[in-house]
Each structure stands twice: as C-alpha cells, then as structure tokens.
Design a protein around this ligand. Structure first.
Ligand SMILES: [Zn+2]
Length: 302
C-alpha cells in the first residue's frame, strides 16, 4: 500500500485573499515555469495522478490562512468543508485533516471537533508558517481535543513562503507538545528542512513523532546524495526507517517530479559510494516499502 501523507487541494476558489500573494511567493521561490501547475490542484487531477503512480491513499491538508491573511469571503470552515466533500466523494482514497489556526481559541477546538465527529476527519494540520509557536501552552485545549478525538497532528516544520515567518517553523518546537501529549502522533512536515538534524533528533527522542519527506523532490533531483543521506541517517539514528513517511506536497512539485516519478525515485534509490564510505546503511526494499506506505498504514490503522 502506498500512502501520501502530505498533499493539498489548490483550486481557484481556494486561492483567495491573502493566499493569492502567498502562492505567487511560492511560485517564485520554487522557480515554477508555469504558475498554473500550482493552481490546478483539483481532486480530479489528484485522483488521476494517484492512479497513475499507484498511490492508494492521500492525506489532504486544508490550511487556515484566513486567520492571518484574510480569505476574501472564503473561510477556514469553507476550506475544511471542501476537503470533507472530496473525502466523501472518494472515501477510500482521501484522508482529510482539518486546518485550524490555534490562535482562534475555542473556535479552533470547535472546528476540529466538527470536522472529526461530523465528517470523519483523521487529523489536524498546524500551519506554523502563519506565525504561531506550536509549543504555546495556551493552545493545549486544542491538543487535548485532538487527544480525546484520537487524531494525528501534522505540523509544518522548515521553510515556507517568503512572506511568512521562519522562526516559528523549527522542529524543536514540536518536542514539548509531543512530550506533554504522548497519546497524539505528530508528523513533522518536510523533515524540517533545513533543520534536518533537529527534526531527526525530535523524532528520535519521542516515540510519537514522525517525519514526512514532502517537498524533497528538488533535493532528490539535484542533490540525490543529500536525500539518500537523510534517509540513511534516519535509519541509523532511529534503528530503522519506521519514523519516515512518504509525502509529496502535491501539486507544488509536480513540475519537478510527478507523483509516479517521485514514487519511482524512492523505490529506485541506490546506495551512493560516498555513503558506503561513511558507513551509513543501505535502504533495503523493505525499508522503501515501509517509507512509501507501510509506516503510514500502521500510523493510521489501515
Ligand atoms: Zn504542504
């Protein structure tokens, strides 16, 4: 089973208000040739790309950009409802998470409960690039609700769009909630790049913390040694690759690598001579199968 633990829905109706400027910033940062590749993120295209790549299930992550940047009439509830409607159309393929900004306080808690209890959502997405610290104890009621509902919390860690704050996106800030809420499984997006060592350390010391490799497509293409080294380091540090989840951040990187090519890149990973020389372990076929879906299947109870 192949599970993509990190995707988005980007359609014109979503790219509204402050999100439009953010997407322009993302397009510039990623050197995207055709910005339409970023905004053509419909569920139809997603299912098509999943079928072509042999991806069985995909986590989709609505983002609460409205709280900080304004939604021009498109609210965070609208975004969550849209994800819910796609999951309802494809219940065996789409795993929806709720996007809420914890600074909403009780409204954030209520929205998470609504999405999980009424719509069957499986997780919470915290988009820290909006400028909040995930370790702030004033957000603990939201974590308490996530724990009570038994859902996974995916936290953005690492680089984000230019017009947002990097400061709040360090993997280290996931450590405190992970210690204080052992019953919640946390996923740190993007292995916290550029704070990869920090992300792997947080995952090492906390049995309930995982990482996803979304947004590593460019690195896998232009710095294949760095990508192989990150996975090999995770294996040696964690005593296996059981903490590493496949993810793509679809559709942002499809211009660099499509879903099928991204799956094949991981399946076809070789053990570079430089890593052999450094004594880093090779990824076996079983390791790759675990990364591509076995680990996420265990995490989500499939
Ligand atoms: Zn993402």
């Amino acid at each position: 089973m192949i599970i993509d633990a990190h995707c988005h829905i980007w359609e014109q109706q979503v790219i509204r208000g402050g999100m439009r400027d953010l997407m322009d910033s993302v397009a510039a940062e990623l050197h995207v040739r055709d910005p339409k590749n970023l905004s053509n993120g419909s569920v139809e295209r997603l299912i098509r790309d999943m079928d072509e790549a042999g991806i069985d299930k995909t986590v989709i992550l609505p983002l609460d950009f409205e709280f900080r940047f304004g939604g021009d009439g498109f609210t965070f509830r609208d975004f969550n409802d849209l994800a819910g409607s796609y999951a309802a159309q494809h219940p065996d393929r789409i795993i929806p998470f709720a996007g809420v900004d914890p600074r909403r306080g009780k409204a954030a808690v209520d929205e998470l409960r609504r999405c999980v209890e009424e719509k069957g959502f499986r997780g919470l997405k915290l988009w820290t690039v909006m400028g909040f610290m995930p370790n702030d104890e004033s957000y603990y009621p939201l974590y308490e609700e996530a724990a009570r509902l038994g859902v996974t919390v995916l936290v953005h860690t690492g680089l984000g769009p230019g017009e947002t704050y990097l400061e709040t996106c360090r993997p280290l800030y996931v450590d405190k909630p992970a210690v204080d809420f052992r019953e919640i499984n946390f996923i740190m997006a993007h292995v916290g790049v550029p704070w990869v060592d920090e992300a792997l350390a947080v995952a090492l010391k906390n049995p309930n913390v995982y990482v996803d490799v979304s947004a590593w497509q460019r690195a896998a293409c232009i710095l294949p040694l760095a990508f192989a080294q990150m996975l090999s380091t995770a294996k040696v540090l964690h005593g296996g690759v059981h903490k590493v989840l496949f993810g793509s951040d679809w559709p942002l990187f499809t211009e660099i690598l499509g879903q099928r090519a991204w799956v094949e890149t991981i399946r076809g990973l070789e053990h570079p001579a430089a890593l052999q020389f450094a004594g880093l372990p090779e990824l076996t076929a079983e390791d790759k199968t675990a990364i591509l879906g076995g680990n996420a299947a265990r995490l989500f109870g499939f």
